[in-house]
Design a protein around this ligand. Structure first.
Ligand SMILES: [Zn+2]
Length: 187
């Protein structure tokens, strides 16, 4: 979020960072991107179909009444996207995967050598009301195309990852649990 700017910059202090790559352009994932890129003088990278939102367009709304309210909130400060990512691109040894649904240009990052998957919000490992860990599909109020997102989840399950890193919730060191959760989703 925009309000996390200071915390993120202090966590990055002393680290060498050469680029800032998003999983998707939702306010809770790129709210501080402008500040981070300016401060560290690094380029912003983002999935091709989310780049217009990172650059200031309104995002596609989710489902239901809450989505309408959310769409009225002021958007984060935009920032130019220097590199538009697509399926198969390399980002620091990770392969970019197109996984649309939660947003049109959502991407995941996959490193086959140790089967690590950065899945963003294709699944959550957190229940928002209780703040307890647990796998679930992303909330419909933030997801413009839930069926498409479910297809994207199935694509990720086929990878059989060992370690999965989420946008929301702790890392999951149990690929079997990830795969069986997705396989049990309704058709
Ligand atoms: Zn999110």
């Amino acid at each position: 979020m925009s309000s996390d700017r200071k915390r993120i910059l202090s966590q990055l202090a002393g680290q060498t960072v050469s680029a800032h790559a998003l999983t998707h352009a939702h306010p809770d994932h790129f709210g501080s991107s402008h500040a981070v890129c300016e401060q560290l003088r690094i380029p912003l990278w983002c999935g091709e179909h989310d780049a217009p939102v990172a650059e200031g367009e309104r995002p596609a709304p989710g489902q239901g009444r809450a989505a309408k309210l959310l769409s009225k909130l002021p958007p984060p400060q935009p920032h130019p996207v220097e590199r538009r990512l697509n399926e198969g691109d390399d980002v620091a040894g990770f392969t970019v995967l197109d996984v649309p649904g939660h947003s049109p240009g959502h991407v995941a990052y996959w490193r086959e050598s140790d089967r690590t998957l950065i899945c963003g919000d294709v699944l959550f490992n957190l229940s928002l009301p209780t703040m307890r860990p647990g796998l679930r599909e992303p909330y419909a109020s933030f997801t413009p195309d839930p069926p498409r997102n479910r297809e994207s989840a199935r694509k990720l399950a086929q990878l059989k990852p060992n370690l999965i890193l989420f946008g929301h919730g702790p890392p999951l060191n149990d690929g079997g649990r990830f795969v069986s959760f997705i396989e049990a989703l309704p058709a």
